[in-house]
Design a protein around this ligand. Structure first.
Ligand code: SER
Length: 599
């Protein structure tokens, strides 16, 4: 079973159950300040889970690219990844637990589909908490399908609840499916959800029936939804009977090349394997982020840009640990990722130049930082030795890690060469403290568009007006290359070969404000992507042939294929002001603009 075949089978199976296949969304969420990346298939569907009708209907299925970096430290084991593909089927107020679980079981076990041995399947369900009872219904359904009671585990919220942690938005209990690898249990308490690697979670069915309110209550949603997510990499790993996701065809050529490039692989097999896996994972993720059709994320110091920088630098660091001396090795490995995925994700090949340029530039920038780190290391260690000390403090190890990008393993090895030990515990403590601080800033899932303030909605509508105005003033070569909205401002990247003149900027501003003054109604229609294009709508992102899409129009002025949400009329926007126009990359300009109260 290959990934290609799994995707195809999954979609065909759910099509046979009345689902419409929809495109996966971009990895880079548009107009949603609450997340840095698309972290789950449900994310782009939040408005529909909350009750807005989806143009393709109430039963949907798709393949969604996801980036999650919350578990980045776990990467290197057999199954954790920062990028993965999620297969999802969705009921938007249509079917519920019985159908969802029965179909999952059929797809997993039927010989016609995946043909997993039912005896290897364990499941977990929600054990209940407060007003929300134990999920007896799911337990009964699993039993009716033949899963014996001892392989059905009722677990707390931590394990079997999906939704916004501490935030508002759609959520609910879930039931998760695990494959037993038949490895020995790590302890008598070992069970699905244990991280030892005996049980691999491959699928999650979430029963989204609540909305968590700002005061922490769970109120029933207008409609009870199903949101399922099956991990492609893990599922094929289990079907192929290989030890880790890195041995599947999605990684194998990459792993081979990494091994071939390594000139001084560490003697400790585990340390070496972990480094290889981290390099493979991180460069695959970086390739997908840089190659995303929506674009706009480059290595940098903030938000999504920082995540990308961290992934590339971490890969380079581990490359150094393996003795990869080839400069530009990130590009060599990225080319393998692209080759491997170009059929399923043609955008990677289309963007390969940009991907290679950015990777190489970041690798070079980082080489300079690392050299500075080596100098710092030499300084600290010679001072220690002069004072007759034999241990490098945890704080220093952490500084080397955090400021200069030295992985702990690398510091330990370098220190050992100098006859010094490293205070691991001190490092862990400093690391934990840092992680807690950055967790507060790491926005993973926070309820998506459910939280989108009115301000971001208005900025989103302003973005459409800006786009149309730019085309009027500069010409039809203007194409959106990226869009990002925070509650404070909009940012819009577009193709244009040169700096805009002050006159052009003033004209664009004037046109947008004129459309605001006209108080144009913002309306939405659904139609096929072909109809949308034929009707003159700007359609930026690929949709499948015949796919139903939403088209938002601001009066007669702008028309774009878009997921919404938008202001009801342009009069709501206030006064539009461009704050800055600058270069974003070769041939791409960037505008930052705000909406102000009308004078
Ligand atoms: N949202 C759930 C998950 O990401 C199911 O798709 O696991």
């Amino acid at each position: 079973m290959t990934a290609d075949l799994l995707r195809e089978k999954y979609l065909r199976f759910f099509e046979s159950k009345g689902h419409k296949i929809i495109s996966g969304a971009s990895l880079i969420p548009e107009n949603d300040p609450t997340v840095l990346f698309t972290t789950a298939g449900m994310h782009p569907l939040v408005p529909y889970l909350l009750g807005e009708p989806h143009p393709a209907g109430r039963r949907l299925a798709n393949v969604q690219k996801c980036v999650r970096t919350g578990d980045i430290e776990a990467v290197g084991d057999t199954s954790h990844l920062t990028f993965f593909e999620m297969l999802g089927n969705w009921s938007l107020g249509d079917y519920f637990k019985k159908e969802a679980i029965t179909w999952s079981y059929e797809f997993l076990t039927s010989k016609e589909w995946l043909g997993f041995d039912p005896d290897l399947i364990s499941v977990t369900v929600f054990e209940g908490e407060g007003d929300i009872p134990r999920d007896e219904e799911s337990i009964a359904i699993w039993k009716s399908l033949g899963i014996p009671a001892e392989r059905i585990y009722a677990l707390p919220k931590e394990d079997n609840w999906w939704g916004p942690a501490g935030q508002t938005g759609p959520c609910g209990p879930d039931t998760e499916m695990f494959i037993d690898t038949l490895k020995p249990a790590c302890s008598p308490a070992c069970r699905p959800g244990c991280h030892c690697g005996k049980y691999i979670e491959i699928w999650n069915n979430v029963f989204m029936q609540y909305n968590k309110t700002a005061d922490g209550h769970y109120e029933p949603l207008k409609q009870a939804n199903v949101d399922t997510g099956m991990g492609v990499e893990r599922t094929i790993c289990m079907l192929q009977g290989v030890e880790s996701v890195f041995e599947t065809e999605l990684f194998a050529p990459l792993m081979e090349k990494i091994a071939a490039l390594a000139t001084t692989p560490p003697a400790d097999e585990e340390v070496m394997q972990r480094a290889q896996r981290i390099i493979a994972d991180h460069l695959r993720t970086a390739t997908f982020i840089l190659g995303d059709p929506k674009g706009g994320v480059k290595p940098g110091n903030l938000g999504a840009n920082y995540v990308l920088r961290r992934l590339i630098r971490r890969a380079v660091r581990y490359g150094k640990m393996l003795g990869i001396v080839e400069s530009g090795f990130t590009r060599i490995l990225s080319a393998i990722v692209i080759e491997n995925y170009k059929r399923a994700y043609p955008e990677l090949q289309e963007k390969s130049d940009l991907i290679f340029t950015e990777l190489t530039a970041e690798e070079e920038r980082f080489a300079k930082t690392l050299a500075a780190g080596q100098r710092e290391f030499d300084k600290v260690t010679s001072a220690l030795k002069q004072h007759g000390q034999s241990q490098l403090s945890g704080r220093t190890a952490f500084k080397l890690y955090d400021t200069y990008g030295f992985p702990l393993e690398m510091t330990i090895e370098l220190a050992a060469e100098q006859g010094l030990a490293v205070d691991r515990e001190g490092f862990e403590a400093a690391f934990k403290k840092h992680q807690e601080l950055s967790k507060q800033g790491d926005k993973t899932f926070k309820g998506g568009l459910a939280d989108a303030s009115e301000t971001t909605t208005r900025l989103h509508t302003a973005t459409h007006l800006l786009h149309a105005a730019l085309r009027q003033v500069l010409g039809d070569h203007v194409q959106q290359k990226g869009s990002n909205i925070t509650p404070e401002r909009l940012r819009f990247d577009f193709t244009h070969p040169e700096k805009m003149t002050p006159g052009q900027l003033a004209e664009v501003e004037r046109i947008v404000n004129e459309q605001i003054d006209r108080n144009l109604p913002v309306t939405m229609e659904t139609m096929t992507i072909e109809e949308a294009r034929a009707g003159g709508a700007i359609a930026l992102f690929s949709a499948k042939y015949g796919e139903q899409v939403k088209v938002y129009s601001a009066g007669d002025f702008s028309k774009e294929v878009c997921g919404g949400p938008h202001a009801k009329s342009t009069g709501e926007l206030g006064h539009f002001r461009i704050r800055k126009e600058e270069s974003s990359s070769a041939g791409v300009r960037r505008i930052r603009a705000v909406l102000e109260a009308k004078a």
